[in-house]
Design a protein around this ligand. Structure first.
Ligand SMILES: NC(=O)C1=CN([C@@H]2O[C@H](COP(=O)(O)OP(=O)(O)OC[C@H]3O[C@@H](n4cnc5c(N)ncnc54)[C@H](O)[C@@H]3O)[C@@H](O)[C@H]2O)C=CC1
Ligand SMILES: Nc1nc(=O)c2c([nH]1)NC[C@@H]1CN(c3ccc(C(=O)N[C@@H](CCC(=O)O)C(=O)O)cc3)C=[N+]21
Length: 335
């Protein structure tokens, strides 16, 4: 007798990206002729970053965006950013990390103008994300920018109907328990916070232990809070979850599918395959990689910041510089 075909549905990122790129195309058409220009700044010798840059360039050009790659020495990154901040021809700046692999990289992130920060890596955007503040202005006209990979995961969960549109915006993950395996500052921790802000109960797993992110019983809180789960490991957390998201670097790690709840949804954002092939025997839906969605979200962010800048210019302000303290920027942004 032939082996039973697993009922798992494998969803490829390209299909999800297609819908997002359609949306982006429509938004681009409404920009009255401006072709948004993304400047990539590449100073490292990381092969993954170069591949990512090439992919980004191709996706930009296929979708009506302009992309320029600046290959510079790592000691010239700061000046390159400052020049781009002041260059009206540049709409978005994407600096490939790591460069120095220490706090100097954080300093460089802060050098990018708020209005050109396509990845949402400057403090104001990170603050808004963790604080669950969704707009830059009180009139709620200019949306805050979210980091691309965490937002790509959210867009995938929307596509998969894990987000329930019957519920009010901001509570649409209520009832879901989600495991995120990775708590890095760039992907895992922001992702756990965003999912909890939208109403999920999130178990964030890293080598240092497990933390639970929630908005409290009955979503009482305005933003997520974090609880340490002493003595917990992935063994306690994963079986409780209807969605498991992995992002462990390196090819050694494999998620133990014995821990997987029957019919769970599995999503991997690591460049390596974190789930073994047996995942298809247990999962209801499996998304093996998400890179194409990440790049579609990057273009969506670029469109968003270009729109935000146009809105600001019609409001009569120009050329705000975010090297200014936040309070001052706020005044300029929200006259
Ligand atoms: N597809 C995409 O859009 C993107 C993919 N990536 C990929 O995602 C992966 C992670 O990226 P980053 O978060 O930037 O890396 P990172 O190296 O900064 O963080 C990895 C985290 O995983 C944790 N970790 C390692 N082994 C673990 C284990 N067995 N269990 C639980 N946690 C463990 C580490 O302690 C660390 O906190 C990489 O493979 C990277 O290439 C990163 C950015 C975008
Ligand atoms: N400021 C900054 N932001 C980044 O997002 C950033 C960075 N610096 N430095 C370099 C890393 C690397 N990175 C990847 C993104 C997508 C894939 C990707 O598309 N992976 C494919 C698999 C690769 C393949 O198909 O060969 C996928 O997930 O579908 C990989 C790696 C972003 N990075």
């Amino acid at each position: 007798m032939a082996a039973e075909t697993p009922s798992c549905k494998v969803i490829l990122a390209g299909n999800i990206a297609k819908g997002l790129l359609e949306e982006v195309k429509a938004g681009l058409a409404a920009l009255n002729g401006r072709q948004p220009h993304l400047l990539g700044v590449l100073a490292n010798v990381d092969a993954a970053a170069k591949v990512y840059a090439d992919w980004t360039q191709r996706t930009c050009e296929e979708n009506g965006f302009k992309y320029t790659l600046a290959r510079v020495d790592k000691d010239d990154v700061e000046d390159t950013i400052i020049n781009a901040n002041n260059d009206d021809e540049v709409d978005g700046i994407l600096v490939y990390y790591p460069i120095h692999s220490n706090r100097q990289d954080q300093y460089l992130q802060e050098c990018v103008s708020l209005s050109k920060d396509v990845e949402g890596l400057t403090h104001k955007y990170i603050f808004n994300m963790y604080q669950n503040i969704r707009f830059l202005d009180e009139n709620a006209t200019r949306k805050s920018v979210l980091p691309c990979t965490p937002l790509a995961v959210i867009k995938i969960l929307e596509y998969l109907h894990i987000y329930n549109p019957i519920l009010p915006y901001g509570n649409r993950l209520f009832g879901h328990t989600i495991c995120v395996v990775n708590r890095s500052e760039v992907v895992g921790r922001p992702l756990a916070a965003l999912l909890a802000n939208d109403g999920a109960c999130v178990y964030s797993v890293d080598v240092t232990g497990v933390q639970k992110f929630t908005r409290g019983e009955g979503l009482r809180k305005r933003k997520h809070e974090v609880e340490e789960m002493p003595n917990w490991s992935i063994k306690e957390a994963a079986p409780l979850c209807d969605v498991v998201i992995t992002g462990v670097p390196g090819d050694k790690y494999k998620f133990d599918t014995a821990l997987l709840r029957e019919g769970a949804v599995c999503i991997n954002f690591s460049s390596e395959k974190n789930f073994p092939p047996e995942v298809k025997q247990k999962a209801s839906i499996y998304v093996p990689a998400i890179g194409k969605v990440t790049i579609a979200v990057l273009l969506r962010n670029l469109l968003r910041i270009t729109q935000n800048r146009q809105l600001q210019e019609t409001a009569g302000t120009q050329n705000e510089h975010d090297a200014l303290p936040n309070a001052k920027v706020e005044k300029i942004l929200d006259p």
